[in-house]
Design a protein around this ligand. Structure first.
Ligand SMILES: Nc1ncnc2c1ncn2[C@@H]1O[C@H](COP(=O)(O)OP(=O)(O)OP(=O)(O)O)[C@@H](O)[C@H]1O
Ligand SMILES: [Mg+2]
Length: 281
């Protein structure tokens, strides 16, 4: 069980015209063990796509099944529970913090789903610890911590709902390199220790290369690639996807051209470095 898109289309309704933001989307996402990066140039439809995953937007054509729930729903169906199953963290989620204290902000989601106070507190404290927010910060204002910490508090608010699938719209945007790595490490831990499915939108090909197992490329409202990360960069259509190569692959290509070091793909800097240490010139 997870998320299935079947020939899904979505059109934004303007005053006079409609704008097709998604066309003929077919996609299957498992409820466990996925680590998917969604990439594509600006305006291609990525955010529109992920907002379908927890029924924030409903298909205007085609059909979806999200944890047994058909979408668009029949009139009598209640679909609110899907927000708990699929936790969506928006772009710049820290702008949505609003409570007086950090712990109250994290507890907002669970409480909204009528989870009782003590249970809401326990879940929220656990989520806060997962993202590295310690107890001594709980009673502080969410507006008196750093931007990176605010982002973590916002992520914890979604984690406290214990979603089966975690969806993040550009979670590392605007963070410094350490902030990026720390946040990505949290998602990796959730994925590895709890088999949590993680889906994230990013423009950062180094993040795709280091972390993703599967990549979905969107171009002009359509999926043009859905497959393993390793196969993406050698795909014959890769030049048409308007994506950059990840830096470690660029370096290997450059070294082959300039120093004749045979090209081998490395997807992160550590493994590239380990390899180059052993190369004899
Ligand atoms: N509320 C809206 N009303 C009308 N058109 C919209 C609306 N939201 C998005 N669009 C249009 O739909 C298309 C897809 O938008 P979307 O936000 O899904 O793109 P994206 O791939 O997430 O882009 P980015 O990388 O810039 O975040 C864009 O052309 C955008 O202008
Ligand atoms: Mg977007």
């Amino acid at each position: 069980m997870g998320i299935q898109f079947k020939q899904v289309g979505y059109a934004y309704q303007g005053i006079k015209t409609k704008y097709k933001a998604l066309e003929d989307i077919n996609l299957n996402i498992e409820g466990k063990n996925e680590f998917i990066a969604i990439v594509g140039h600006t305006g291609s439809g990525k955010s529109t796509l992920v907002q379908h995953m927890n029924a924030l937007l409903l298909p205007t054509s085609g059909e979806m099944i999200v944890f047994d729930q058909k979408l668009p729903p029949k009139k009598k169906d209640k679909i609110n529970h899907l927000r708990k199953k699929v936790g969506l963290v928006f772009q710049f989620p820290e702008y949505q913090l609003f409570e007086e204290t950090i712990i109250k902000d994290i507890m907002f989601g669970p409480k909204n789903f009528k989870i009782y106070d003590e249970e809401a507190y326990n879940r929220s404290a656990e989520a806060a610890h997962t993202v590295g927010i310690s107890d001594d910060l709980f009673e502080q204002s969410p507006f008196r911590i750093s931007g990176g910490q605010m982002r973590r508090v916002a992520v914890a608010g979604i984690l406290a709902m214990q979603p089966d699938i975690l969806v993040l719209d550009e979670p590392t945007r605007g963070l410094d390199p350490k902030g990026k790595n720390d946040l990505m490490d949290i998602f990796v831990k959730l994925h590895e220790e709890k088999n949590q499915s993680v889906i994230l939108i990013t423009h950062d090909m180094d993040i795709v290369s280091k972390y993703a197992k599967r990549v979905v490329v969107i171009d002009h409202a359509k999926i043009v690639y859905d497959g393993k990360k390793e196969d993406l960069f050698t795909h014959p259509n890769f030049p048409n996807f308007h994506l950059d190569l990840p830096t470690p692959l660029k370096i290997m290509k450059h070294l082959e051209k300039t120093l004749g070091i045979p090209y081998q793909p490395f997807y992160d800097f550590d493994s590239l470095y380990q390899h180059l240490k052993g190369v004899k010139l």
